[in-house]
Write a protein of this length. Structure first.
Length: 300
């Protein structure tokens, strides 16, 4: 029997997001202050005439260029599976570090692009309102960084990479295309360990789970698990408080089981979901399917 899902309450999720925004804005204000931007300085003249047009053209070019470079870097990472060429050996451990760096580069390019495009509109407005030169120049970029970060908390841009990695790795291990087509893309982690210290990905391994009639079979990059019905003691559903996914109401299915005579918990992460909303629905559906599988076998 499955337990009721334990999700972060909506009010707590909103409070955490609001706190992240406040911290980001206060950090930006502190940076401007340390640079002398909040001191009394001569105001920059409003960009009008030729200078105004020049400002808009330069920011438009910079914004489009940085955004194009962001998309270029993003699709390069997807195409090369984060610069992975050999799938005949474990790849996920090395990918975690590479994806951490790729994530910073891609997000930074998108943030600069968004900030430059926003500067076309906001910089003249801020100057007209009497803001200092530092605020006028840096303010739109701060808004761009915060906005991109908030969007990318909800939008899971590496969803295609997760599926591609799993498919390539399992194919190299000899799993047939038909078998891959019948499985579920999942990652696993240990819910007894904090996720706050993990880089980019909470998952400790990724692979596929097959819900066969006689057993649950998981084949990952490194780990292989087979659970018969009598080994699965409970199907739980809990939010991972250390993961950004919890902000979207995602509560992952957790299997309480016995492996090699020892108790163990496996937290499952449905892979390939483009948004936190989709991930939350996938977790709910996955929990339902696993619970029904366990309950039906228990009756036999």
């Amino acid at each position: 029997m499955s337990s009721p899902p334990r999700k972060l309450r909506a009010g707590r999720r909103v409070a955490i997001v609001a706190l992240l925004v406040v911290v980001a804005l206060l950090s930006a204000v502190l940076g401007i202050w340390l640079a002398g931007g909040l001191h009394t300085v001569p105001q920059a003249p409003a960009p009008v005439g030729v200078m105004g047009v020049a400002h808009m053209v330069v920011m438009f070019v910079v914004g489009c260029l940085m955004t194009a470079l962001g998309f270029g870097a993003y699709f390069l990472v997807l195409h090369t599976v984060c610069f992975t060429s050999d799938f005949y050996r474990p790849v996920f451990k090395a990918l975690r570090g590479k994806l951490y760096a790729a994530n910073i580069v891609v997000q930074l390019l998108f943030a600069i692009g968004a900030g430059a495009l926003l500067s076309m509109v906001l910089s003249p407005l801020l100057t007209t309102l009497g803001a200092s030169r530092a605020v006028t120049m840096i303010g739109p970029f701060v808004v761009g960084v915060v906005g991109v970060q908030l969007v990318l908390i909800w939008l899971q841009i590496w969803a295609p990479l997760e599926r591609r990695l799993i498919e390539e790795r399992l194919s190299a291990m000899g799993t047939s295309p038909d078998r891959i087509a019948s499985g579920h893309w999942v990652g696993i982690s240990d819910p007894t360990k904090s996720s706050l210290k993990k880089m980019t990905l909470v998952e400790e391994d990724v692979g596929m789970l097959w819900i066969d009639d006689d057993a649950l079979r998981y084949q990952g990059d490194v780990e292989q698990v087979e659970l018969r019905p009598e080994q699965v003691q409970q199907v739980d559903q809990r939010a991972d408080a250390g993961s950004a996914a919890a902000l979207g109401g995602v509560a992952n299915p957790v299997l309480r089981c016995s492996l090699d005579g020892k108790p163990r918990q496996l937290r499952l992460h449905p892979e390939g979901c483009w948004t936190l909303t989709a991930a939350g629905r996938a977790c709910d559906e996955f929990t339902r399917v696993l619970s029904e599988w366990r309950e039906e076998r228990a009756k036999r």
